[in-house]
Structure formats: structure tokens, C-alpha cells
Design a binder for this molecule. Structure first.
Ligand code: SAH
Length: 365
């Protein structure tokens, strides 16, 4: 995505970054992204209605109800694999508008013993989205609690997350003639924000070993996946834990930049409108599997979204839905086609299963 200075928008956050850069010389890319997403007054998630047809991007549960329903059934099978514990907690990370959980609860209602044992913990930092989730889930008989960060339920736990890790702890480094450095945002003489290598070097033995021939200018992206894996392993310390994470990403680590900005369902350069566009990166599933493996948890997959949903029976679920709602058959078919598209969401999104090592392999893998 080229950076067209003509399209640059002088947002409130852009001005704050410029002042900060005037004082400090630079702003680390990791801090820049974190502020753009979460600044209390001007951050994207903190202030905007972001998801859905009227928002900036549309996610799988907003495209088809089968997505959340299959995840609900996945939870029911995993609960049985755990020995049907009572109580059990489902933690959803980044529930968005609450659509996935609402569809999942409808599917899980077919297993009344599970519903009776269930409590739900939602991890959501955006006050606007919390409000949405509350509206969507009112009327549910299951107790629901909200948290700012990973909770620590004293029960067996099932963790689900769709499009959560693509905004989690994002950062970048860049190869320079004197080694790998963090990447920073600086200010040009003409006053526009630009990317540049940071003054800070990063430890590079590991990157040199992995990418010995990376040319100057090469970008390596990373996220705080060790921290994330540690939070899952804490959940598994005393009780069985199983998780399903689905996200846009690649199965093997590679060099290259995937940081992208989306505003009003259009891509733009990530420096164009700080705080007013969604910023995401592809999830590096190889690195996630490595980080999780190091904690002693087991990993299933990653596999593509279409393979995972296919194994969970999306086609069967779609035919039942279409037969019982003939007037909506076309819309249902269209939604499934989008989730499963071989050159679209079906393969660009990957699913990974994470579990206590004594649980059997998870469904869908
Ligand atoms: N899972 C939903 C929403 C995806 S958007 C869906 O599929 O439609 C990302 C979601 O994660 C939003 O709800 C956002 O507010 C939340 N989120 C992202 N990073 C977070 C963090 N570090 N802590 C808490 N919530 C976060």
C-alpha cells in the first residue's frame, strides 16, 4: 500500500504522535499501533463502532450464523472430551458484537447439561463493544462476566477467539546494514509521519540464524505470542484447558510486511489516519505453535478455516438451515461460500487448536 501524502489525515492522534516524536525523536511501531488501537480518547477500538456492515470490517460470525453455531458445537464436543465437567467456563477473547457467542449459545442449548454447567467470561477492552455484547446476550440463562484481560477461572476452561490475535501485541523489526533494529515512526522534514529503523537495536542472533540472507530493509513482524501462550498455560495449570483460535495469517513464519489499515471497508496505508483505522497484522501461526509448545501445551493444526469448518460439518449444517428457511437459502449459501472461499477467507484464515497435553486431539483438525 503506497503512502500518498495527499490522503494523509491530520487526526488528533497524528498530532499527539508528532509532539511525542518532536520530544523523543521517534515512536516505536509497537507503541504506535497500541496507541492507535487503544488510546483512551482517540484510539480506534476505544472510541468507534468498528465491526459489521456499518463498521469498518465484517467478520465471519457477522457473515454467517453457522460460524458461531459450529464453534458452539465444537465447545460441546470438547466439553464431553474433558469428561463433561460441572462447572466449566468458556472464555471468549475479543467477542466483537457478541454474535459468535449468541449463535454458539443457541447451538449449545441442545446439550442442556452443558448449559447448566456453563459460565462465560468475555475478555473485552472496548466499552462500546461491551455494551453491544450485553445487548446481544441479554436473556441468556448462563452467567456472563466481562474482563479486561485473561481471567483465571478455577474450573476447566474452553477458550475461543476469532480475529483477536491479529490485533494482539503487534510489533515490527527491520534489517539494517548494522543488524536488526526495532522499527519506529518518525517525522519527515515536511511534517509527515514515516517509518524508519529505530535507534534501538534488537537482539538478533535468532533472527540472523533464521533469515541469514535477509537484505537491508527486510521487515520481520512479531507479536507478544509468548505472553499469550503463558496466559493459556496458566489456565491449564490446575484444570484441563482447550482453545480454538481462528485468524487471518500464515502457517509458516516469513519476512515481509502485513501490517494493514482498514477504514470504511477500504485499505489504506497504516500511517494515513492514526486512531481512525483498524490496524492488523497476519498472525504468524508457526510462531504461535512454537510459543505454545514451549509452555508444554499441545497444538493441533494449524489448518485452513475451510478445512476446519468442513470437518466440523458446515455443509451439513448449511443444508439443514436452507431446508428449514427456503426464503433465505440464497443468503445462507452466499455466506457459506464466503467463509469457505478457496482464494478468500477459506484459506487466508487459519485455525489452531491448543490443549492440555492429556486431552485427545481437538475436533476440526
Ligand atoms: N471476535 C469478533 C470481533 C473481532 S475484532 C468477531 O469475530 O466478530 C477484535 C475484538 O477483540 C474486538 O472485540 C476488540 O475490542 C477485542 N480486543 C482486541 N484486542 C484486545 C485486547 N488486547 N484486550 C481485550 N480486547 C481486545
Amino acid at each position: 500500500m503506497t503512502y500518498d501524502p495527499g490522503l494523509r489525515r491530520d487526526t488528533q492522534l497524528a498530532r499527539i504522535f508528532k509532539d511525542r516524536i518532536a520530544a523523543d525523536g521517534e515512536c516505536a511501531v509497537g507503541d504506535f499501533i497500541g496507541e492507535c488501537l487503544w488510546n483512551e480518547h482517540h484510539g480506534y477500538y476505544a472510541t468507534k463502532e468498528v465491526i459489521g456492515a456499518s463498521g469498518d470490517f465484517v467478520t465471519a460470525p457477522e457473515i454467517s450464523q453457522t460460524f458461531g453455531e459450529l464453534i458452539g458445537l465444537w465447545c460441546a464436543v470438547v466439553w464431553q472430551q474433558m469428561g463433561s465437567p460441572n462447572p466449566v467456563t468458556i472464555v471468549e477473547l475479543g467477542p466483537g458484537r457478541g454474535t459468535l457467542m449468541s449463535d454458539a449459545l443457541r447451538a449449545m442449548a441442545r446439550v442442556p447439561q452443558l448449559l447448566a454447567a456453563l459460565r462465560i467470561d468475555l475478555v473485552e477492552a472496548s466499552p462500546t463493544l461491551r455494551q453491544r455484547q450485553r445487548q446481544k446476550l441479554t436473556g441468556s440463562t448462563v452467567p456472563i462476566h466481562w474482563h479486561d484481560a485473561m481471567p483465571a477461572p478455577a474450573t476447566p476452561v474452553i477458550v475461543i477467539a476469532n480475529e483477536f490475535l491479529d490485533v494482539y501485541g503487534l510489533d515490527q523489526s527491520v534489517k539494517t546494514d548494522d543488524g536488526w533494529r526495532f522499527r519506529a515512526v518518525v517525522c519527515d522534514p515536511d511534517g509527515s509521519l514515516q517509518f524508519a529503523p529505530s535507534k534501538r537495536l534488537r537482539a538478533h542472533a535468532e533472527l540472523d540464524a533464521r533469515f541469514p540472507s535477509a537484505p537491508a530493509g527486510a521487515i520481520f513482524e512479531f507479536a507478544r505470542l509468548d505472553e499469550f501462550a503463558a496466559s493459556l498455560s496458566m489456565l491449564a495449570a490446575e484444570h484441563p484447558m482447550a482453545g480454538l483460535m481462528i485468524d487471518y495469517g500464515h502457517a509458516t513464519s516469513s519476512l515481509g510486511e502485513t501490517l494493514q489499515a482498514v477504514r470504511a471497508q477500504q485499505y489504506e496505508h497504516p500511517l494515513t489516519s492514526p486512531g481512525e483505522a483498524d490496524l492488523t497484522m497476519h498472525v504468524d501461526f508457526e510462531d504461535l505453535a512454537r510459543a505454545v509448545g514451549q509452555t508444554g501445551l499441545a497444538v493441533d493444526g494449524p489448518t485452513t478455516q475451510s478445512e476446519c469448518l468442513g470437518r466440523l460439518g458446515i455443509m451439513e449444517r448449511a443444508s439443514i438451515l436452507m431446508a428449514s428457511n427456503p426464503a433465505r437459502a440464497l443468503e445462507i449459501e452466499h455466506g457459506i461460500a464466503r467463509l469457505m472461499a478457496p482464494n478468500g477467507m477459506g484459506t487466508r484464515f487459519k485455525a489452531i487448536g491448543i490443549r492440555s497435553p492429556n486431552l485427545p486431539p481437538l475436533p476440526g483438525f
